[in-house]
Design a protein around this ligand. Sequence first.
Ligand SMILES: Nc1ncnc2c1ncn2[C@@H]1O[C@H](COP(=O)(O)OP(=O)(O)O)[C@@H](O)[C@H]1O
Ligand SMILES: Nc1ncnc2c1ncn2[C@@H]1O[C@H](COP(=O)(O)OP(=O)(O)O)[C@@H](O)[C@H]1O
Ligand SMILES: [Zn+2]
Lengths: 242, 242
Amino acid sequence: MGSNKNIKHVIAVASGKGGVGKSSVTCLLAVSLARQGFKVGIMDADVTGPSIPKLLGLNGHPEREGDYLVPLKTELGIKIMSLNLLLEQADQPVIWRGPIISKVVIQFWEEIAWGDLDYLVIDLPPGTGDVPLTVLQSIPVEGIMMVTTPQDLAGMVVSKAINMAKKMEIPIIGLIENMSYLVCPDCGKRIEVFGSSKVETMGEKYGIKVLGRIPLDPNLVKLSDQGQIEKYESLSLFNNIN
Amino acid sequence: MGSNKNIKHVIAVASGKGGVGKSSVTCLLAVSLARQGFKVGIMDADVTGPSIPKLLGLNGHPEREGDYLVPLKTELGIKIMSLNLLLEQADQPVIWRGPIISKVVIQFWEEIAWGDLDYLVIDLPPGTGDVPLTVLQSIPVEGIMMVTTPQDLAGMVVSKAINMAKKMEIPIIGLIENMSYLVCPDCGKRIEVFGSSKVETMGEKYGIKVLGRIPLDPNLVKLSDQGQIEKYESLSLFNNIN
Ligand SMILES: Nc1ncnc2c1ncn2[C@@H]1O[C@H](COP(=O)(O)OP(=O)(O)O)[C@@H](O)[C@H]1O
Ligand SMILES: Nc1ncnc2c1ncn2[C@@H]1O[C@H](COP(=O)(O)OP(=O)(O)O)[C@@H](O)[C@H]1O
Ligand SMILES: [Zn+2]
């Protein structure tokens, strides 16, 4: 096959539904690992939009080098390949169906010059249904990180994620509660915008490790809009991923 | 055919994508109109989840009365019919395809005993693609109200909504920016969590009336979780809808 890659760990980032911050957390995880000195790549398999390239301020077209496609690189040296980078026009809504996604993801696994990586982080399509399952069936994933909000933790999202992970026999590394609270920049009050935190209760109930809570942060939004999510402060909850 | 209904105004509530608060705003609009003394109904055509019955604390099964299905009623007397109320098990993910949605929505228009209504508010499926378009093609809608957040206003969402409204030759009543800012309950600071407001600029740019901005409000989340969105304070931005 050739030695386009030598990847030690593959982590997939999942969510119960769109809009909970899964793509943002994928980037924050990759950035944190890169800052810890690891060699990192991100495979953007989230068909719902070009979040990963946008968050990282990337918009080039990947080039061919022999049999392989060369991933784009961020300022921190994180290698990126995205379904969205292959589309001619970023604004065209593409209806990605399961078999096509699977085909592209397998190509991303086999035909991208990833090189030596300690971690490849996969941004999955949102949800716990067939589409993310298709991606998990297409490449060898070592563990799943689950991104939730206080709101959707109140629903069935954790048990559905466990079912998905069980089907694939992939362990769940841990649970993250995003948009968990907001700290007032003036008076420091912790405001529980979307209700009280539920992640500890859910973690206990389902026997899943709780990695931590990420606050609603206007700074994250600002940097994200500017395509500079790499500049966001490191989060300690990503320090002990293995 | 019979006189199951006498409906003066039909307003459809649209969004650029899920999670921006469209179903919540649909309820807030209906509640505001009911409090102003109007007779109101909500047709829940949002196939992505049982938000409308949940927000209003309803979970009964609609009963038949002769040829018609009787809508459920909220405490304020708002009549409700929801695709989600017809499903046996609320947690089963149903894959609603365009032709089926259209068929059900037409049935909702023709076979529900709506009675005399000043306003029927339609909770559309999220987005500006084929699925909400299907619903708009199935019943006579007088105007569209568009729900956005500061985040998605930065994208193509308004122009796509205008295209959808143009295709159907339905006017856009106005633009609402939800989750526009958060007021600290302690010190009163206005925090622009998802970036600065963009709704005035967008309204001017596209010649659409700006109805107003709704803050991120933990009280709204709390009442919503309890199925008591009817108890939320009235918002003045719904006072001059016609
Ligand atoms: N912790 C956070 N604080 C504030 N905004 C956030 C946070 N996490 C995500 N967001 C914002 O929420 C939106 C959805 O995030 P995204 O990562 O695209 O979610 P997903 O991949 O689950 O659809 C984006 O506008 C993003 O900037
Ligand atoms: N103004 C607001 N402040 C705080 N939370 C909100 C607000 N509007 C909506 N939400 C919350 O955001 C989530 C999505 O709202 P929903 O009405 O279901 O959106 P949509 O119909 O667009 O998917 C819900 O948890 C809801 O309670
Ligand atoms: Zn404050």
